[in-house]
Write a protein that binds this ligand. Structure first.
Ligand code: BG6
Length: 504
C-alpha cells in the first residue's frame, strides 16, 4: 500500500465537549474517540471533558458513554480496555450562559491535565445550537482559555457544527464572532460528509488514476447527477427543520461539498489550504440562480402521507412539531452550471429529500455517446451511455457501465456493470466520519473542514435561491408521496433536457 507522507501527527490533548450530555456526544463523539483508541491511532495521552446543564457526575457521564458505545460504536465494546478509557472521561455541570462556568472549566481542565500529565492542548467542541456559539466563544475568552496559535506552544482549537447560519448574513455574523477570539487556523467547521471514506475517495479516484482525469471535462461528460436520498422523515427534529428545509439542511453544505470534489481542478499539493482553495474555486464559478431563474432551475416539494419500507409515514405537515400550513421543503432538485472551461455547458443535477423510497447517496457521471457509426449507428436505438457511479452510502464503492458484446454469432451489444465494493476489496470496515475528523483536529489538519470563505460563498449562492423562492416561488408547494422517489416536477426538470434521473 502506498501512503503519502503526512507531517501532521495527532497531539496529546483534552477534548472539551459543550453539549456533553447531548445526543451528538453520546451517539457520535465519544464512540468516535473510543474507536480511534481501538484502532491504535489516538495520541498516547488524552482526556474528554463533557460539559452541560444536566447535572451529572463523572461516573454518570462514564455510564452514558458506555451505553452510547454499546449502542452506536462501529466496533464492539471491549471490557479489557474500558477501565483505561473510562478513567479519562470527565464531566462538569455548568450553564454555557454563566461566565463563572468557564472559570470552573478552566480549573477542572488544569486539574485533569496535572493528574494525567497532559499538556494544555485543548479542543473545544461546540455540540450546541448555533444561537449559543457566541456565549461559548466569549466565555472561553473571558476565562483565558484561548491561546493564540504559536508554534511549540499548547494549542486551543474550536470545532463548530452546522448549521453555520441560516443565510449569508447570519453566517457572517457567526464567523465574525469566532474570528474575534480565534484565528482561522484554529477554527474547524465540520461538514461530516467530508469525513466519509467514500467522499475522500473522490479525490483519489480522480487524481490517482490516469484513466479518468483526461476525460473529466465538457468534451466527454454529458452531465452529472448528485443524489442524497433519505428514507427517514423529519423525525424528532421538526423545530430545527421547519426553519431550515432541504436546501439549507443538505445542499448548502454536504451536497455543494460533494459537487466541489467532483468539479474541482487538481490541487498542486495535499496541503490543507491548497485543497481548500481548489474546492473554493468551484463555488466561485457557480452560475447564480436568482429571481425568476428559480422557476426554471429549482424544484422544491414536501412529502405527503405514504409508506416507507412498509411503515406508515404521516405527511410532513402532520409530523409532530410541524406547522399544519408549513411551506418548508423536504425535497429539492436543482439544475446548475459551473462556469469554467472544464465544465462549460455541462449541467449538474442535484436532488435530495426525506421520506423517499430508500437511503442512497451517489454521484453519477454520464459520458457522451459514441459517434453514430458502427455499434451506435441506429438513431432509433442509441447505445446506453457509459456511466461512472460513485456510491457514497449505504453501499460503498463504484460501478462503471460499459457496453459489451452479447455472446453469440450476432453483433448484438448490451450494457453491463463493473463493480467495486469497499467491503469486498478491503477487510476492515470504513471508519466513521467523526473518527477521521476528530483525529485531524488533534493533528491540526484543516483540509477536511470548511474555511470561512467557502461557507460564505455557498451561503451567498443559496441565498439567491432562497430570495428567488420568496419572490417568485409559487405558493403551491408540490407534494410527493412518502416512499416514492420524489415529485413529478423533479422528473420534468431533467426530462425537459431529454435526460432522466437514475433509478436508485
Ligand atoms: C445532517 C442533516 O447534516 O445530515 C440531516 O441535518 C441529515 O437532516 C444528515 O439526515 C444526513 O447525514 P448522513 O451521514 O446520515 O447522510
Amino acid at each position: 500500500m502506498s501512503e503519502p507522507t503526512h507531517p501532521l501527527v495527532p497531539q496529546p490533548c483534552t477534548l472539551v465537549i459543550f453539549g456533553g450530555s447531548g445526543d451528538l456526544a453520546r451517539r457520535k463523539l465519544v464512540p468516535a474517540v473510543y474507536n480511534l483508541l481501538l484502532d491504535g491511532v489516538l495520541p498516547p495521552n488524552y482526556a474528554v471533558l463533557g460539559n452541560g446543564r444536566t447535572p451529572l457526575s463523572d461516573e454518570d457521564f462514564r455510564k452514558t458513554a458506555q451505553e452510547g458505545i454499546a449502542k452506536y460504536s462501529r466496533q464492539k465494546f471491549k471490557e479489557v480496555i474500558w477501565p483505561d478509557f473510562s478513567r479519562r472521561l470527565f464531566y462538569i455541570t455548568g450553564s454555557i450562559d454563566d461566565p463563572k462556568a468557564y472559570k470552573d472549566i478552566k480549573a477542572r481542565l488544569e486539574r485533569i491535565e496535572s493528574d494525567l500529565r497532559l499538556p494544555s492542548n485543548r479542543i473545544f467542541y461546540l455540540a450546541i445550537p448555533p444561537a449559543s456559539i457566541s456565549a461559548v466563544v466569549e466565555g472561553l475568552r473571558y476565562a483565558g482559555l484561548v491561546q493564540p496559535p504559536t508554534e511549540n506552544k499548547p494549542f486551543s482549537r474550536i470545532i463548530v457544527e452546522k448549521p453555520i447560519g441560516h443565510d449569508l448574513e447570519s453566517a457572517r455574523h457567526i464567523n465574525d464572532t469566532l474570528a474575534r477570539v480565534f484565528d482561522e487556523s484554529q477554527i474547524f467547521r465540520i461538514d461530516h460528509y467530508l469525513g466519509k471514506e467514500t467522499v475522500q475517495n473522490l479525490l483519489v479516484l480522480r487524481f490517482a488514476n490516469s484513466i479518468f482525469e483526461p476525460i473529466w471535462n465538457h468534451k466527454y461528460i454529458d452531465h452529472v447527477q448528485i443524489t442524497v436520498a433519505e428514507a427517514e422523515g423529519v423525525g424528532t427534529r421538526a423545530t430545527y427543520y421547519e426553519e431550515a428545509g432541504a436546501l439549507r439542511d443538505m445542499v448548502q453544505n454536504h451536497i455543494l461539498q460533494l459537487l466541489c470534489l467532483v468539479a474541482m481542478e487538481p490541487p498542486y499539493s495535499l496541503d490543507a489550504d491548497v485543497v481548500r482553495n481548489a474546492r473554493m474555486e468551484v463555488l466561485r464559478c457557480l452560475r447564480p440562480i436568482v429571481g425568476k431563474d428559480v422557476e426554471q432551475y429549482t424544484v422544491r416539494a414536501q412529502y405527503a402521507a405514504g409508506k416507507v419500507h412498509g411503515a406508515d409515514v404521516p405527511g410532513y405537515r402532520r409530523e409532530s412539531g410541524v406547522k399544519p400550513d408549513s411551506t418548508t421543503e423536504t425535497y429539492v432538485a436543482l439544475k446548475l452550471f459551473v462556469e469554467n472551461w472544464r465544465w462549460s455547458g455541462v449541467p449538474l443535477y442535484l436532488r435530495t429529500g426525506k421520506a423517499l423510497n430508500k437511503r442512497a447517496s451517489e454521484i453519477a457521471v454520464f459520458f457522451k455517446p459514441t459517434p453514430q457509426i458502427l455499434f451506435n449507428a441506429n438513431p432509433e436505438a442509441p447505445l446506453a451511455p457509459n456511466i461512472l457511479v460513485m456510491k457514497i452510502q449505504p453501499e460503498e464503492g463504484l460501478t462503471l457501465r460499459i457496453i459489451c458484446k452479447v455472446p453469440g454469432t450476432k453483433a448484438k451489444t448490451n450494457p453491463v456493470e463493473l463493480h467495486f465494493q469497499y467491503g469486498e476489496a478491503f477487510a476492515a470496515p470504513s471508519p466513521e466520519a467523526y473518527e477521521r475528523l476528530l483525529l485531524d483536529v488533534m493533528a491540526g489538519d484543516t483540509s477536511l473542514f470548511m474555511r470561512r470563505d467557502a461557507v460564505e460563498a455557498s451561503w451567498a449562492w443559496i441565498t439567491g435561491i432562497l430570495e428567488g423562492w420568496k419572490a417568485y416561488g409559487t405558493k403551491w408547494l408540490p407534494e410527493y408521496t412518502a416512499g416514492s422517489m420524489g415529485p413529478v416536477e423533479a422528473n420534468r426538470l431533467i426530462e425537459s433536457d431529454g435526460r432522466s434521473w437514475r433509478t436508485l
